[in-house]
Write a protein that binds this ligand. Structure first.
Ligand code: PLP
Length: 234
């Protein structure tokens, strides 16, 4: 099999597994989007993924993403930033990405909002990354800092809060992530009752190659799948 055929087979297989997990949970596949995480893979792989029907690509570093976005095309797919965003990369991030999964501080929110004004970006969709793993996961905002961050959206009209993201500690056993996925969903549901999300928002970005089916069972609306699509990272 060529690399391209191999990739198509893997994407098809992921889609089948997504459909099966959704069916088990009584959910529609329409509410689940697949983001292919292409960090460390060469641009050719990204093109193959697009040929295989992938519509969303995710990268975790602005520096690595920039040349890839330019080569593949800013409008060729929806581009997602899934890694931590340093404030000094915020301007570039605004011009490269459709959705930022890793908003984790008030100062980053304010900076992104200011830069949207100066860069002429009307609206920047973002997810707030929540650290549910305490010591074990270093990125994201702790749940007790969340309401302060959400309050800051009132002064950041260019940011559109689409939902929440989490990256649990790694477990060999896919079931290991389930309590974290469940907690993120419960947090989202609570924010919904508080009126922080409307009917359109409240996305849950959770689940990776090892555990996306469990995440779907717990309500994931965006799954981030790298190695199961592209193969082991070198
Ligand atoms: C790398 C990465 C993924 C994908 O991980 P795989 O195990 O390769 O599927 C998902 N989310 C984030 C934030 C990542 O950095």
């Amino acid at each position: 099999m060529t690399v391209a055929e191999d990739l198509r087979t893997r994407v098809d297989s992921i889609r089948r597994r997504v459909a099966q997990a959704a069916a088990r949970a009584g959910r529609s596949t329409d509410e689940i989007s697949l983001v292919a995480i292409s960090k460390t893979y060469p641009t050719e792989f990204l093109r193959n993924a697009i040929d295989a029907g992938v519509t969303d690509l995710g990268e975790n570093r602005v520096q690595e993403a920039e040349p890839k976005v330019l080569e593949v095309g800013r409008m060729a797919v929806r581009w997602h930033l899934v890694g931590h965003l340093q404030e000094n990369k915020a301007r570039r991030a605004i011009n490269l990405f459709d959705l930022i999964h890793s908003l984790d501080s008030v100062s980053l929110a304010q900076r992104l909002n200011r830069l949207c004004v100066s860069e002429g970006r009307e609206q920047l969709p973002v997810l707030v990354q929540i650290n549910l793993g305490g010591e074990e996961t270093k990125t994201g905002i702790a749940p007790d800092g969340l309401s302060t961050l959400l309050d800051a959206f009132a002064t950041c009209p260019r940011l559109r809060l689409d939902g929440l993201m989490t990256l649990p500690p790694y477990f060999q056993d896919p079931e290991g992530g389930r309590p974290y996925f469940k907690r993120l969903r419960e947090l989202r549901d609570r924010l919904k009752t508080e009126g922080r999300f409307d009917d359109r928002s409240g996305a849950l970005s959770m689940g990776m190659s090892n555990d996306f089916e469990v995440a779907i069972e717990e309500g994931a609306t965006i799954i981030r799948v790298g190695t199961a699509i592209f193969g082991q990272r070198g």
